[in-house]
Design a protein around this ligand. Structure first.
Ligand code: FAD
Length: 302
């Protein structure tokens, strides 16, 4: 059996595996895609000490670093079930069952898509999901934020300080964000809020040049010229496969303590799949390291 088995090969999983392997314990990593969300990222400017890099290059360096260590890497494999017996068992979709004394869950998350024409085509070409990451690319430009919940309104407030103008498009008749955020939003001079707006299409040729929406009250179709669209309708953790085995929040995030421990002894979690409030590469890596040290501490006590 493994001492530490990491599920997920994004920044959190890679970091957890390296920290575990450096303790000289038997470490494995199972990942559908080594690199995780980073593979879908173009420019990265906020991984501190690296001024600029690109997602695929960053992912290749993660893999290279993992391979420096004695880590059993199982790529293109999905975990589908976890069960705590005397050891912790993880069943893969291939049917294989892996056993380990401790497991670190690092399966990340995915942005919920609006699913309109243009969204896929213009990803990284005007369609963005992370204001902390891509906001500065739209300095002086006009953008829209789709989604009027807390994350959408936080994004709009954040972007309003950088871009020329922000239009918030909310599908429902009113914004869902906390009152304090709405108050702050409405105090800003360069923000317009459109409610009852059903996004129809993100338009452009080689990059985004506008957005089309239907007013759900009147059925009228409107078009706005702009250069960027931030989709903020939810981040979904990749934790469905865990069912009730570990405690998760209402939105599916794995609940962890300061050592990365979950509700199941020996099972730890790190990165975007947890209830950590902010989702970034640097934060996921720190959390992966933290969970590996937590797991090591657990192993030497049991
Ligand atoms: P992920 O990166 O999501 O990795 C999850 C891993 O788990 C993957 O290997 C996946 O294949 C695997 N996996 C999932 N389910 C299973 C399963 N059942 N079995 C086995 N493996 C599984 N952050 C920044 O700091 N700066 C940026 O500039 C930036 N830009 C971004 C741009 C885009 C387009 C996106 C989508 C995100 C961006 N982020 C950025 C956020 C950042 O990528 C994430 O916070 C980070 O990747 C989270 O790392 P993670 O390891 O927790 O999860």
């Amino acid at each position: 059996p493994f001492d530490v088995l990491v599920i997920g090969g994004g920044p959190a999983g890679a970091s957890a595996a390296i920290y575990a392997a450096r303790k000289g314990i038997r470490t494995g990593i199972v990942a559908e895609r080594l690199g995780g969300q980073v593979l879908d990222t173009l420019g990265i400017e906020n991984f501190i000490s690296v001024k600029y890099t690109e997602g695929p290059q960053f992912a290749a360096q993660l893999e290279e670093h993992v391979k420096q260590y004695d880590i059993q890497v199982m790529k293109a494999q999905r975990a589908k079930r976890l069960e705590k017996k005397s050891l912790i068992e993880v069943e893969l979709e291939s049917g294989a069952v892996l056993k380990s004394k401790a497991v670190i869950l690092a399966t990340g998350a995915r942005w919920r898509n609006v699913g309109v024409p243009g969204e896929d085509k213009f990803k990284n070409k005007g369609v963005a999901y992370c204001p902390h990451c891509d906001g500065p690319l739209y300095q002086g430009k006009d953008v829209a934020v789709i989604g009027g919940g807390n994350s959408g309104i936080e994004a709009a407030i954040d972007l309003a300080g950088i871009v020329r103008h922000v239009t918030v498009l909310e599908f429902m008749p009113e914004l869902k964000a906390d009152a304090v955020l709405q108050k702050r939003l409405y105090s800003l001079p360069n923000v317009t809020v459109v409610t009852n707006a059903a996004t129809k299409e993100i338009t452009g040729t080689d990059k985004v040049d506008g957005i089309t929406y239907t007013d759900r009250d009147t059925g009228e179709v409107h078009h706005i010229d702009l250069q960027g669209v931030f989709v903020q309708i939810g981040l979904v953790p990749n934790t469905e496969w865990l069912g009730d085995t570990v405690e998760r929040t209402r939105t599916g995030e794995i609940v962890v303590d300061p050592r990365g421990a979950t509700s199941v002894p020996g099972v730890f979690a790190a990165g975007d799949c947890t209830n950590s409030p902010y989702k970034q590469i640097i934060i996921s890596m720190g959390s992966g390291a933290n969970a590996a040290l937590g797991a090591f501490d657990y192993l030497i006590r049991t």
